[in-house]
Write a protein that binds this ligand. Structure first.
Ligand SMILES: [Zn+2]
Length: 254
């Protein structure tokens, strides 16, 4: 059967002699694997179609129970900038790996595709890469049902007197519970408000985000702490990103 899907390359790996297998995050078929024959040959017309972050219309043939084989691809956006600039490449690679982990094969619905596409556009447009990446993380958590609880105290359940958030406990905390939590694991009401905004923000309608450096630091501490404690995925690309962010911050301090 012949398929025609819009998709973004979120993984690309060598396979056999001169071939590649790409993983697409698609608008209509969730995550799809496609074999691209001869993609590694110098003059392959499909080489560009297998590059990470490429957005295109992919036409592939697939028999029952087999992986698809690429027939043709029309590239809609190459997203070169995202591969060429180290800083952006680090964020985009992390995002691609995150989406790859979160998506099931052949899942219906294009929600994740829309968010990833908007995310890559935002990176290219020069929006704050760290903040935009945290937004995407939040979208993925919400979608997979592992997001923080932000409208009731995670510790005692009350819905009033919410005074902050704790990442170790997994969300909003009322005044009394916030007092009992160790400083290291909590943040005040401003962080709660920010996280609620994140939850409501659609990346396709993202304006310009400007957060103070200290807010960004606290936000990152929350997101990383939450991810390690409640989501529990360790990504290869995250280590590199962490190192790079450390270096960025060192530069800011000069
Ligand atoms: Zn409480």
């Amino acid at each position: 059967m012949l398929y025609r899907v819009e998709g973004i390359v979120i993984r690309s790996m060598d396979y056999g002699e001169g071939n590649k297998i790409i993983t697409l995050c698609t608008k209509s078929h969730g995550k799809v694997g496609v074999l691209v024959r001869g993609a590694k040959k110098v003059r392959s017309r499909h080489a560009a179609a297998t590059q990470l972050f490429t957005y295109g219309e992919y036409v592939f043939f697939r028999g029952m129970g087999h992986i698809g084989t690429l027939n043709s691809c029309e590239i809609l956006e190459g997203h070169h900038t995202l591969r060429e600039q180290l800083h952006l490449a680090a964020y985009a690679s992390y995002a691609a790996e995150l989406v790859d982990r979160a998506l099931q094969d052949e899942e219906a619905g294009g929600a994740m595709f829309d968010q990833l596409h908007a995310y890559l556009e935002a990176l290219e447009a020069g929006k704050d890469a760290q903040v935009t990446t945290h937004l995407l993380e939040m979208k993925l958590w919400q979608r997979t049902g592992v997001g923080p609880q932000l409208y009731a105290c995670v510790s005692c359940g009350r819905e009033d007197e919410l005074a902050g958030v704790g990442w170790r406990l997994g969300g909003a905390l009322c005044r009394a519970c916030l007092m009992r939590e160790h400083d290291q694991y909590k943040a005040g009401p401003a962080m709660l408000t920010l996280l609620r905004q994140f939850e409501k923000t659609d990346l396709r309608r993202l304006g310009n985000v400007t957060l103070k450096p200290e807010t960004k630091l606290r936000l990152r501490a929350f997101m990383r702490g939450y991810m390690d404690t409640h989501v529990g995925v360790r990504l290869k690309s995250q280590q590199f990103l962490d190192q790079m962010e450390k270096y960025d911050l060192a530069n800011l301090d000069e």
